[in-house]
Each structure stands twice: as structure tokens, then as C-alpha cells.
Design a protein around this ligand. Structure first.
Ligand code: F6P
Length: 342
């Protein structure tokens, strides 16, 4: 039995499946003789030494719960003078042996940076966007795709009844994974992704052909990061600590242009944070659980600077460094979706 201390934090946008990860890390780490701490609110909690001891009771009844019981933030310690030093000092004060960071590219990017500076970190890839390289899937993605697919199914029937075009805006800044998968699963008649520029007049022509062939309605799935004439559509000019702008509104812009080019009555819907809220699917609960268990195995072996990942059906360890890039939709996958346009 070791007397080692393990801490974990959740950073960035919340995501269904975080609690199953926290629960699995806690249960396996306790079994392995670690003392377990939960750092509150991501890197912010590590800077402020804001933590809670985790035992079996603390994580009981959480496997089905959305969000994160530890709280989260988009705090970037690299942007706060003295914060990185504070993290090192707090790591020592708390007598930690390892810190598991559960997050997307931003949170894990910080974990990697700190690892290169000598901190014992391990990463667990989290994001509904599924854009982290090195892993086939991130947990949260399946839940988001299911929510977006259900939305498309529901909008399908109202579009059909009213003979309208319905444009559905989904999350995904640089990567259109949610939109691609939900678009295919929900039978969208056009899918617009950040990775693939499209001329709206041409999209309108495709819909016009569809309607001329006898269909009297269409659904269009668009990712929030899709660019209109090379420009992202922003909610405002503000940037977060990681330099991300707030996207939003592209669905309405697409709807206006399609109505103009086709003459069909068009409406738009923004799914927004609905895609991140609520209970995780069984798939995400199991994936999160397997990630959590593997992260503790790595901690036990002292394998720091690693990220747990899904490759095929296996959970493996890859270098945390892989998060410094972004995984985007390939032209081949987009071509598959294109088969069903119109
Ligand atoms: O990173 C995941 C994500 O869901 C992006 O797709 C989206 O742009 C962003 O979070 C929005 O999150 P928030 O409103 O919390 O900043």
C-alpha cells in the first residue's frame, strides 16, 4: 500500500462524462492506497489551493450525473503572472505525487507545459467537440451527437409540416465532428463545417433541386465555426484566456442567405449549451470510466506526461504532447456525408 497523494481537476467547458471519470479515478486510486484530492474549478483551484478530499461517499451516485462535481473554469495560468509558480508551490504544499488534468486541448496544453517544467501530470481527454488528436474519441462527444441528432429528428417533422428549411447550429469551433455525425445520423440535407468553405448560392441550388424533385422541406446542420465568405460569425469581440472568440449566430446568417437564394421560408435554431448539459450516454459513462481507471494505472507506474486515449477498442497511453494540435474532419469523411446532400 502506498501513501501517495493524487489530485485531479476538470478544466474548460463542462462535458457529460466528467463525473464518471472523477468517480473511476477516485475508486481505483483509493483501492491502490492513494489519498485522493479533487481540485475545484480547474487550474484556478490549483492556483488558489482550493480543494476537497475525495472518498467513496463523495463520488457515490455520480456516474449518471452531467457536469462536474468539482466545478470548472477556463483559467489559463500561463496568462496570470506568478500563477505557474503558485501551482508548483501548492503541488508541494499539498504533498501531491501526481495531478490528473481532465480537459480539452487548452487544459491539457497547460498540463503538458507544466510537465515539461517538472510537474507530474497525466491527461484525460475531454470535449464534446472530439477534436483532440491521439485518441479516436473523447467522452462527451457521443452524448452531444445524440442530443443534436434528437434535435434534428424533432425539427425534421416541423420542417416537413410547414414546408420550410430548418437550419440547426451546433457546437464546434474549428472541428465539425458533432455536426458531421449528427448530420449523418439525423439525415440532414446539407452539412456545413468549419473545415470546408461553401458558397451559399450553391448550397441553395442543391436545396432547390431537392424541392424540385418533390421534397417540400429541408434540414441543414451547420457548425458554429463555419465561415461565411471566409469570416467566422462572432457573438462579440471578447476573447477568453486561451484566446478563443465567442462564436454564435452563423445559423441565422445561413438561414437568411438560403431564404434569399431559394425563396423557401427558412428558420434557424441554435442548440448551444443544450449539447453539453444533462446525463451522459451509457457509451460516455463507460469511456469516461475506462479513461479514469487507466489514468490511475499510469499514476501508479509513474508514467507522467501521458494522456489516456482510445485506439480502436483499447485504452492506451499516448504522449500528452499530442494535444498541441487539433483533430479535424477529413475530406474523405465529409465526402461520405455529401452523398446525402440534397
Ligand atoms: O470547447 C467546447 C465548446 O463546446 C465549443 O464547441 C464551444 O465553442 C465552446 O465550448 C463554448 O463554451 P463556453 O460558452 O463555455 O465558452
Amino acid at each position: 500500500m502506498s501513501n501517495q497523494r493524487l489530485a485531479m481537476l476538470t478544466g474548460g467547458g463542462d462535458c457529460p462524462g466528467l463525473n464518471p471519470v472523477i468517480r473511476a479515478i477516485t475508486r481505483r486510486a483509493l483501492q491502490e492506497g492513494f489519498e485522493v484530492l479533487g481540485i475545484r474549478n480547474g487550474w484556478k483551484g490549483m492556483i488558489e489551493k482550493n480543494y476537497v478530499p475525495l472518498d467513496r461517499a463523495a463520488v457515490a451516485g455520480t456516474v449518471h450525473r452531467g457536469g462536474t462535481i468539482l466545478g470548472t473554469s477556463r483559467t489559463n495560468p500561463r496568462k496570470i503572472p506568478g500563477a505557474v509558480e503558485k501551482i508548483f508551490a501548492n503541488f508541494k504544499d499539498l504533498r501531491l505525487d501526481v495531478l490528473i488534468a481532465i480537459g480539452g486541448d487548452d487544459t491539457l496544453g497547460v498540463a503538458y507545459d507544466l510537465y515539461t517544467k517538472g510537474l507530474a501530470t497525466i491527461g484525460v481527454p475531454k470535449t464534446i467537440d472530439n477534436d483532440i488528436p491521439g485518441t479516436d474519441y473523447t467522452f462527451g462527444f457521443d452524448t452531444a451527437v445524440n442530443i443534436a441528432t434528437e434535435a434534428l429528428d424533432r425539427l425534421h417533422t416541423t420542417a416537413e409540416s410547414h414546408h420550410r428549411v430548418l437550419v440547426v447550429e451546433m457546437m464546434g469551433r474549428h472541428a465539425g465532428w458533432i455536426t458531421l455525425h449528427a448530420g449523418i445520423a439525423g439525415g440532414a440535407d446539407y452539412v456545413l463545417l468549419p473545415e470546408f468553405p461553401k458558397n451559399m448560392r450553391e448550397v441553395g441550388e442543391v436545396l432547390k433541386k431537392r424541392h424540385a424533385a418533390g421534397r417540400t422541406f429541408s434540414t441543414v446542420a451547420v457548425a458554429e465555426g463555419f465561415k461565411i465568405e471566409g469570416e467566422e460569425v462572432l457573438q462579440n469581440q471578447e476573447k477568453d484566456a486561451f484566446g478563443h472568440v465567442r462564436l454564435g449566430g452563423v445559423g441565422e446568417r445561413v438561414a437568411k442567405l438560403l431564404e434569399k437564394y431559394t425563396g423557401f421560408e427558412t428558420r434557424s435554431v441554435v442548440l448551444g449549451h443544450l449539447q453539453r448539459g444533462g446525463t451522459p450516454t451509457a457509451y460516455d459513462r463507460v469511456l469516461g470510466t475506462r479513461y479514469g481507471l487507466k489514468a490511475v494505472d499510469l499514476a501508479k507506474k509513474g508514467l507522467f506526461g501521458k494522456m489516456v486515449a482510445l485506439r480502436g477498442t483499447e485504452i492506451v497511453a499516448v504522449d500528452l504532447q499530442s494535444v498541441t494540435k487539433s483533430k479535424v474532419v477529413t475530406p474523405e469523411l465529409y465526402a461520405d456525408a455529401q452523398t446525402f446532400f440534397g
